[in-house]
Design a binder for this molecule. Structure first.
Ligand code: FDA
Length: 393
C-alpha cells in the first residue's frame, strides 16, 4: 500500500497526539503512526495514574537545554493556561497537588481520551502496532516512511518518538536516528529525573535507612531544590533527588542540607553542657529517630552533647548542613522519567519546531534537547511544542 498524506506524525504520545490534532483541525490530512498497541502509554502511567498534566509556573527557567531560551516561544504560543482551557473544555476535573502541579482528579486516561477526541475532530488517521522502517526524502521534497503496513508519503514529517526512558513500554532511539540521518546534531543523552545510586560502602551503611524520608535542600551543579529525599536500598530517591539528577554529572558530589531551616552550629552551642544524646537533640528538630541514630553513628557523632568539643560541634554542623555524598551513578533509563539532551535546538526553529535546513521536517516533545523539571513541566513542553508544530506543519 502506498498512500499520501499532508503530514505523517511518528509517535502517538503526548506531543504527537497534540500535533496531529492541531494539524488535522487546520484541515491537514494527517497520519499518526506508532509501534505501541495503545495510545500514549506514558500519559497513562504518569503521575501515579492521575497525570500531572501541567505546571502553572511553566517558564523557561524550569527547563534544561543547551539553549535555555529555546522553549520560550512555544510556551508563549501555547502555555499552561491554554492546556487547562482544553482540559476544562472536556469537563475533566483537576486539582493542584503542590508547587503548581495540576493532576486529574480521576484518571490519566481522561487526558488520553481528550487528545483522542481532538484527533478525531481533526480527522486524524492512525495506525497503531506497526513497525517503522526506513524514512527518506525524495527529490520532489516528499517524505516517505516505510512501515510494516505499507509506505506512506507526506509533505511534512513530524518526529515525536520521545526519549529513551522506560524501554519496557516502547521507548526507542528512532527519533535521534532520523535526526542524524538528516544531518541534525544530537546532544549527549542521559537518564534524568532518576534515582541516584550509592557506592557499595555507602549502600551498606545506609541500608537500614531505606524508607526514611526527609525535607532537605539539595545542590549539584547549577541545581538547587528544597523538597523531600528518600533513602532506598540502592541510594537516594524522592522529588529532591529526581530534580537534582537532571543537573548531576558522573563524578560530582551532591550536597545536602539535612536541616535547612536551622542554624545547627548555634543550636549545638546553646546546648553544649547538655547530657542529651546528639541523636535525641536533632530528632527534636524533626529528624526521624532512626535516621538520627544511624546517620550520626556512621559519622561517629552519636555522643552526649556535652562531650562534643567546640571543634567537633563545628564539624558536625558542617556535616549536617553540607553533607556531601558522591553517587556512583543513576538507576538508568529503566527508572528515569525522562531523557536529558536530544535533537539540538541549534538545528530547529523555536517558533515552529521545524528543522532549519530540512524543509518539512519537525521534531517535538522529549526527543528535543529540552528537559523539564519534575512536576508537569515535561508534558507542558510536549503540548507546547506539539501545538506549534501542528500549526506549522
Ligand atoms: P512519549 O514517550 O509520550 O511518546 C512517544 C511515542 O513514540 C510513544 O507512543 C512510543 O510508543 C512511540 N515510539 C517510540 N519509538 C517508536 C518507534 N521506533 N516506532 C514507532 N513508535 C515509536 N511528565 C509530566 O509532565 N508529568 C508527569 O506526571 C509525568 N509522569 C511520568 C511518569 C513516568 C513513569 C514517566 C516515564 C514519565 C513521566 N513524565 C511526566 C514524562 C512524560 O511522560 C514525557 O516527558 C512525555 O510523555 C514526552 O512526550 P513525547 O510525546 O515526546 O513522548
Amino acid at each position: 500500500m502506498n498512500k499520501s498524506y499532508d503530514v505523517v506524525v511518528l509517535g502517538a504520545g503526548a506531543a504527537g497526539m497534540m500535533c496531529a490534532a492541531i494539524a488535522g483541525q487546520r484541515g491537514r490530512k494527517v497520519l499518526l503512526l506508532d509501534h505501541a498497541e495503545k495510545l500514549a502509554e506514558k500519559i497513562r502511567i504518569s503521575g501515579g495514574g492521575r497525570c500531572n498534566f501541567t505546571n502553572i509556573d511553566a517558564r523557561p527557567d524550569r527547563y534544561i537545554s543547551e539553549n535555555s531560551h529555546f522553549c520560550r516561544s512555544a510556551l508563549a504560543q501555547f502555555g499552561p493556561q491554554n492546556f487547562i482551557a482544553m482540559i476544562e473544555g472536556h469537563g475533566i476535573a483537576y486539582h493542584e497537588k503542590k508547587l503548581g502541579q495540576l493532576f486529574c482528579d480521576d484518571s490519566s486516561q481522561q487526558v488520553i481520551d481528550m487528545l483522542d477526541a481532538e484527533c478525531q475532530k481533526g480527522g486524524v488517521v492512525r495506525q497503531m502496532g506497526i513497525s517503522i522502517g526506513a524514512v527518506r526524502k525524495d527529490e520532489a521534497g516528499l517524505f516517505w516512511v516505510e512501515t510494516s503496513v505499507g509506505v506512506f508519503g507526506a509533505t511534512a514529517l513530524v518526529v515525536a518518538t520521545g526519549g529513551l526512558s522506560i524501554p519496557q513500554i516502547g521507548a526507542t532511539p528512532l527519533g535521534y536516528r532520523i535526526a542524524e540521518q538528516f544531518g541534525l546534531p544530537v546532544t549527549g543523552l542521559s537518564p534524568a529525573l532518576v534515582p541516584l545510586t550509592f557506592h557499595v560502602a555507602d549502600a551498606e551503611a545506609f541500608a537500614p535507612l531505606a524508607g526514611v524520608s526527609l525535607d532537605v535542600e539539595v545542590r549539584a551543579g547549577k541545581g538547587r531544590f528544597r523538597e523531600q529525599i528518600l533513602f532506598t536500598h540502592k541510594g537516594l530517591s524522592g522529588p529532591a533527588i529526581l530534580q537534582i539528577s537532571s543537573y548531576w554529572e558522573p563524578g560530582m558530589d551532591v550536597v545536602i542540607n539535612l536541616l535547612p531551616d536551622c542554624d545547627v552550629q548555634a543550636f549545638l552551642d546553646e546546648r553544649q553542657s547538655s547530657e542529651q544524646l546528639v541523636s535525641n537533640a536533632l530528632a527534636e528538630l524533626g529528624w526521624p529517630k532512626r535516621f538520627a541514630e544511624a546517620w550520626l553513628s556512621r559519622l561517629g557523632f552519636n555522643v552526649r552533647l556535652k562531650d562534643l568539643s567546640p571543634k567537633k560541634r563545628l564539624q558536625l554542623a558542617e556535616q549536617v548542613q553540607h553533607w556531601r555524598i558522591k553517587p556512583n551513578g543513576t538507576q538508568g533509563y529503566k527508572k528515569a522519567e525522562v531523557t536529558r539532551g536530544g535533537v539540538s535546538t541549534k538545528a530547529l526553529s523555536s517558533k515552529t519546531m521545524a528543522a532549519k535546513d530540512v524543509p518539512g521536517l519537525f521534531f517535538i516533545g522529549e526527543v528535543v534537547d529540552v528537559t523539564g523539571w519534575l512536576g508537569g513541566y515535561n508534558f507542558q513542553w510536549a503540548w507546547s511544542s506539539g501545538y506549534v508544530a501542528g500549526k506549522n506543519c
